[in-house]
Design a protein around this ligand. Sequence first.
Ligand SMILES: NC(=O)C1=CN([C@@H]2O[C@H](COP(=O)(O)OP(=O)(O)OC[C@H]3O[C@@H](n4cnc5c(N)ncnc54)[C@H](O)[C@@H]3O)[C@@H](O)[C@H]2O)C=CC1
Ligand SMILES: O=C(O)/C=C/C=C(\O)C(=O)O
Length: 492
Amino acid sequence: MSTDTIRNFIGGEYVEGGMPFENVNPVDGSVVSKVLEADKSLVEEAVAAARRALEGPWGLYTAVQRAEVMRRIAARIEERAGDLLAAEIADTGKPLALARDLDVSRASQNFRAFADQIASAGTESFLTEFPDGRRALNYALRKPLGVVAVIVPWNLPLLLLTWKVAPAIACGNTVVVKPSEETPSSAALLGEIMAEAGLPDGVYNVVQGFGPGSAGEFLTTAEGIDGITFTGESGTGSAIMRAAAPWVRPVSFELGGKNAALVFADADLEKAIAGLTRSIFTNSGQVCLCTERVYIQRPIFDEVVAGLAEQAKALRMGNPYDEATTTGPLISQKHRSKVFSYFAKAEAEGGLAVVGGGVPQMPAGLEGGSWIEPTLWTGLSHDSTPMREEIFGPVAGLVPFDTEEEAVRLANDTPYGLAASVWTGDLERGHRVGGRMRAGISWVNTWYTRDLRSPFGGVGLSGIGREGGLNSFHFYTEPTNVCVALSNEEVL
Ligand SMILES: NC(=O)C1=CN([C@@H]2O[C@H](COP(=O)(O)OP(=O)(O)OC[C@H]3O[C@@H](n4cnc5c(N)ncnc54)[C@H](O)[C@@H]3O)[C@@H](O)[C@H]2O)C=CC1
Ligand SMILES: O=C(O)/C=C/C=C(\O)C(=O)O
């Protein structure tokens, strides 16, 4: 694959056509590549290629054969990890260790996990019995949804894409993927990897471009799309839902968050501070699961604030390939302006930046990047704008609380409901409070510990449905329930 010009990947090959736009490296503002934006006809071509593959060779593969291809894809991802890392780092600027240990490593894990699951998946069945002795057998046949549109954001491009593509193809679907305009490279490269692993042409297609009035909207409204899976901002989820409404297309959405952490006075503070530091600053705060609100029990408030500030000061921004670098830039200048606008709002609403609060002075060569300082505020009220709106940067507000009841109320007082974390030395409290979080994912004394078999998603503005394990299989398949009479008389 040429890395100078990124083409759309349709029917097993990179195709010409589309207006070029620039892919910018957020580390220094340089242009990484030219990307060809898919117009309506290219998107329709991709959907048609996906349909042909579904009705052609891919539709004939057994579950075990699909699992075998998926294991080859996982192995090929590992063999080509260097190329995927280079693509991911050039697009996002994230540190090498993070891209290696999280993004690329999870890409192969996603394929292996769903290969294992599909190879052993069963379906539900019920023996239906009546008092007069008549009996019937009900069993569900799970069939692929069909052609699935996969729309993903820029923060964990390859991880999130494969998290959806792997279960979709495990279930026998074909996909048309629309990566973010900010991060086109790894999705494009994956096309080559899929072909090398022997995935039939047309099962995996990629259309490049933007959202409204571009490839994203053309895809959600294309004839022949049977379902849409999306990760990104809540407002975008709502726009996609409206676009899908005329066809009543099934949707699975994992959207924004305003995640809370609750730190109780009985917590192991060293572990809590280390965990909170990860939860606030991983990927420069650009993970939907990151914590932006930290509620700390009053007796330990000053100690936790001091500990977090010390950890934040120790973070090192810089070249992603430098081993000392812990923290990359934000994805773009546009996103930096958005995050930076909250610095002014925080100040205006009584916030004090105990660390950060500005744009760092970067060394020669990196001044053109979209850098921002890791920032922690005290003094903000629970109702202030920076404590209510998703910022999606390396920032958090630190607020004291007195009682468990108050902490639960504050954490749950948000229209979002994606993730929460509870830090306590009292396991009974951990179970109790963890279970009371109005969130799809509630961690106790840990953060971002993932089991790919468990339900993943959010409530409220944070999404619709769950993916992960059987939840993914349920979204990516349609059941046909077959009911067979087991007695001579008709079963009523
Ligand atoms: N996982 C999360 O919760 C994420 C949240 N965000 C938040 O969203 C804000 C906006 O960032 P964006 O990159 O613009 O996120 P976005 O949610 O608008 O974009 C995500 C994907 O959706 C596509 N898209 C946008 N509008 C669409 C439409 N009408 N129809 C079909 N596809 C569409 C985009 O091209 C991209 O591939 C960020 O500042 C951040 O706060 C961004 C990325 C991930
Ligand atoms: O680990 C995962 O499967 C996903 C993590 C993060 C997101 O979904 C996100 O940042 O949007």
